[in-house]
Ligand binder design. Structure first.
Ligand SMILES: Cc1ncc(COP(=O)(O)O)c(C=O)c1O
Length: 404
């Protein structure tokens, strides 16, 4: 069986973890700091905070902005549940926009969804393909939209407009108009979950790129404290001796990343741009070359004049099929010993959102994308033979279902 997404664990990853184990320090400390520096170097964003997941990172940032009860946050209908849950856990209401042809949030739908309760927009770079950030900023900076914005604290007054936080869970290494993902809006959040391009088993990073009214470096220090119970000294600093006194200055969270996990990501990110990402791109291109010859396949977006994906997963759509036919094709592929997936089941189709009155009929493009998509694996360990087997399995399965 070709697995869908095994983590990339080589000698360097193992040695980095061993280094942490042998160092006598395993929770937040020097490895987390080094990982933050690597993410900063990769993205060009100076202030990067690592935490224990992208979900908690998004909650932390929405909390920092003061999003809460009575507020609305615009998110795409086509995403993983975490985007919505981060909003709901703060007591705010997610307002969903339909997808576009590239799986991302359709920006032409945003303006109609903005009300005086809208505090934030969370675009999601699905499969690593960046959203239309310039267009999003054009909308939120329109005088009429800015006038509608009703700040309810100092931070919101200082920003003076809707807060843009990218759910960049998939898009580390992606590029938009010459800029790296992480630097494309106010705040971007990467996920280092086990299946992501760079992983720490579980983890996430917050890239702080707020406009000049904000001191991103001071904010980094404050958020670091918020991620560690609101405590003025972390355990590492306290362990150095003579440094035992601390205070709790804010009812913070306990969402810090630990050094053992950071070590995994540290070894990976060092060879990401120059090696691992290029291997992902190579696999993606092999898929493109095969499927472009079929006539029945719709290729996912990958690279154009303005954008380049992070090649996270390959979202193959099949032309003119139903959801039921797609399901049968997946069954056939599984019989051929290849693990594939579907990213994503649109939120309005899931129980908790149906119960909150979201209806998939109101999100036709999300449903169309979902009903025809099969996610193919992309990871550096896939050999040319694996890729050949995957493409042939998909093609044979298509023929078995559609031509039978
Ligand atoms: C689009 C998207 N957002 C957020 C997340 C949540 O990431 P984490 O598991 O690091 O909290 C995921 C995880 O798969 C995701 O796919």
């Amino acid at each position: 069986m070709i697995p869908f997404s095994p983590p990339y664990i080589d000698k360097d990853v193992i040695n980095e973890v061993l280094d942490s184990l042998n160092s006598g320090w395993i929770t937040t400390g020097p490895k987390v700091k080094s990982l933050e520096t690597e993410v900063a170097d990769l993205t060009g964003v100076k202030n990067v905070l690592c935490v224990n997941s992208a979900t908690s990172a998004m909650m932390l940032m929405l909390h920092w902005f003061g999003v809460g009860k009575g507020d609305e946050v615009i998110i795409p209908a086509y995403t993983y549940c975490a985007t919505a849950l981060a909003v709901m856990h703060l007591g705010a209401v997610p307002v969903m926009a339909d997808a576009d042809e590239n799986f991302c949030m359709d920006v032409s739908k945003i303006k109609n969804l903005i009300t005086e309760r809208t505090k934030a927009i969370v675009p999601v770079d699905i499969a690593g393909y960046p959203c239309d950030y310039d267009e999003i900023y054009e909308i939120i900076n329109e005088p009429g939209v800015k006038k509608l914005f009703k700040p309810s604290n100092e931070t919101q007054t200082k920003l003076g407009r809707i807060f843009v936080m990218s759910d960049a869970a998939h898009s580390i290494g992606a590029v938009y108009k010459g800029k790296e993902s992480g630097s494309l809006c106010d705040v971007s959040v990467f996920s280092f979950h086990a299946v992501k391009n760079v992983t720490t088993a579980e983890g996430g990073a917050i890239c702080l790129n707020l406009p000049e009214e904000f001191d991103n470096s001071e904010l980094y220090k404050w958020l670091r404290l918020l991620s560690l119970n609101g405590q003025t000294k972390d355990a590492f600093t306290k362990s150095l001796g003579g440094n035992w006194k601390y205070d709790i200055v804010y009812p913070g969270f306990k969402i810090n990343l630990n050094d053992l996990c950071a070590a995994v990501g540290l070894a990976q990110i060092r060879k990401y741009s120059g090696d691992l990402l290029l291997r992902r791109k190579n696999i993606f291109e092999k898929y493109n070359s095969f499927f472009s010859k079929t006539g029945w396949a719709q290729l996912p977006p990958s690279k154009d004049k303005f954008k380049e994906t992070s090649y996270h997963i390959y979202l193959l759509r099949i032309k003119d099929i139903s959801e039921e036919q797609r399901d049968r094709i997946i069954e056939e592929i599984n019989k051929r010993e290849v693990a594939v997936n579907v990213h994503f089941i649109p939120l309005p189709m899931l129980t908790i959102f149906r119960e909150r009155n979201f209806k998939i009929e109101n999100f036709p493009k999300s449903y169309d994308n979902y009903s025809r998509v099969i996610t193919l694996p992309v990871y550096p360990q896939l050999s040319d033979d694996d890729v050949k087997l995957i493409t042939e399995s998909v093609s044979d399965s298509y023929n078995a279902v559609i031509k039978s």
